[in-house]
Structure formats: structure tokens, C-alpha cells
Design a protein around this ligand. Structure first.
Ligand code: MF3
Ligand code: CO
Length: 236
């Protein structure tokens, strides 16, 4: 799973380097899929429940599962969330980043910073004996103290020889509640944070989830192993 995580990280960093005003989200898709071809590695998302691409690219008020398109031109001030996974020798890695396009508004910068910090806070409580409620409460606390909202309609997940395994890993909850983590478990923690209200709706393409109020949304994700010494981030 570490090998899968390293490829996920390499490709996400490649995609980050391609994000600029004038690029399309399909340019990002092409860069990622070409690199995968060179490496001989299989993408996790393409073909999953009929999903057509290797990346999800979600712009501005799109929360998750935006489909790359040659018609979607990135412009200065946008933010784009890029979610990506691979499978190597039967084991999955999954991660996401949100990237600024050129220079972005201070409020958008704050949204990216807080969302990434909330992921770090969730990871920081991971250890054997901690509960999923501890993780969710840590993420939610960081987000809500800054006046932003945690999306409830999508959650993180166990990951291993499938991309999505039990348990669900909510980005909200109460400390002390929920299943206890054990050494050897691997989970994907993936806060999706809206600048406005938490509600989302899915567009007519059947995939793209957007913030109902049109506010900007950010997404950061890591695949994280639970070890005796705490979290080991497999996708950094
Ligand atoms: N990357 C999502 C997750 O983090 C899953 C994407 S589903 C797909 O769990 F169909 F878009 F691939
Ligand atoms: Co995931």
C-alpha cells in the first residue's frame, strides 16, 4: 500500500505542476494518465461504477467527483480539487489535494489552509484505541472553529484490497464514539469543506457534487495506516 501511495503522491504533484490559468481539467487528466501508462500502473477510479476518468477534478463550488473536460478551462482565482487513486498488486492508494489557480482570494486561501489543517488534525489523533468519533471530532472542530462547514453526504473509508472498505470514516462526530482503531487498519481520511452551508447536490451528469449554496469547496485526503506508534501516512 505504501508503493501505491507513493505513485498517488507522484502523480498528484505532477498534476499540481500543470494547474495554471488557461489549462483545462482534461489537460490534467491527460498528464496523469500518460504518467500512469509510463509507470505501468492501473488507475483506481476509471471504470469504477462507470466513472470515465483517472482523476476527479472539482472546480470552485464543485465538492467532489467533477469529471475532467476539455471544455473546463481553469482561470485565475479558481481552486481545483484533484482526487486520485491507483491499485498496485491488488492494493489501493487514494489521496486528494486542492490547488489554487494562479493567485486566489484571501478567503479561498483560508479555505484551503483550514481544510488541509483539518485533515492533519484528524490524522494526529490516529493511534490504536482512538475511535472514529475522535477522528471526526478533530476534523470538524478545526473546520467549524473557522466558520466553515463539513460536508456530511460523503465520508472517508477503509481501504486495502478494495478502494472502499468498511468502516466509513466521517469528518464529523463526537470524541469517544464509534469503532476503535487497531494497529494494521488502513483508512482514507478526506475532509470536504464548504465555505458556506454543508449541503450538496449531485448534477445531472450523475457524478459532480456541488455545494448547494454555490460556495467554494475544498478537499484534502490521505491514505493512513494505524501503527503501534500512531499514524503512518502512506500517500505523502
Ligand atoms: N476518490 C473518491 C474517494 O476518495 C472515490 C472516487 S469514486 C470515482 O473515495 F468513481 F469517482 F472514482
Ligand atoms: Co477516498
Amino acid at each position: 500500500m505504501r508503493r501505491a501511495g507513493q505513485v498517488v503522491r507522484e502523480v498528484l504533484e505532477l498534476v499540481r505542476s500543470k494547474v495554471k490559468p488557461g489549462a483545462t481539467t482534461f489537460d490534467l487528466e491527460k498528464a496523469a494518465s500518460a504518467r500512469l501508462k509510463d509507470l505501468g500502473v492501473k488507475a483506481a477510479f476509471k471504470g469504477y461504477r462507470g466513472y470515465p476518468c483517472v482523476l476527479c477534478t472539482s472546480v470552485n463550488s464543485e465538492v467532489v467527483h467533477g469529471i475532467p473536460s476539455p471544455k473546463r478551462v481553469l482561470k485565475e482565482g479558481d481552486i481545483v480539487s484533484v482526487d486520485f487513486g491507483v491499485v498496485i498488486d491488488g492494493y489501493y492508494g487514494d489521496a486528494a489535494i486542492t490547488v489554487p489557480v494562479g493567485s486566489i482570494a484571501p478567503e479561498a486561501q483560508r479555505l484551503l489552509k483550514v481544510t488541509e489543517e483539518s485533515l492533519k488534525a484528524g490524522i494526529a489523533v490516529v493511534r490504536p484505541g482512538a475511535t472514529l468519533g475522535d477522528v471526526g471530532a478533530a476534523v470538524q472542530g478545526v473546520v467549524e472553529r473557522q466558520g466553515f462547514s463539513v460536508v456530511r453526504d460523503f465520508v472517508g473509508h477503509g481501504i486495502g484490497s478494495n478502494m472502499h472498505e468498511d468502516p466509513q470514516v466521517p469528518n464529523f462526530g463526537e470524541a469517544g464514539r464509534g469503532m476503535k482503531l487497531k494497529a494494521g487498519m488502513v483508512i482514507a481520511i478526506e475532509p470536504m469543506v464548504n465555505a458556506g452551508r454543508p449541503d450538496v447536490k449531485v448534477l445531472d451528469d450523475g457524478w459532480t457534487a456541488v455545494a448547494s449554496d454555490g460556495s467554494m469547496s475544498a478537499h484534502f485526503e490521505h491514505t493512513v495506516a494505524v501503527t503501534a506508534n500512531g499514524a503512518r501516512i502512506l500517500t505523502e
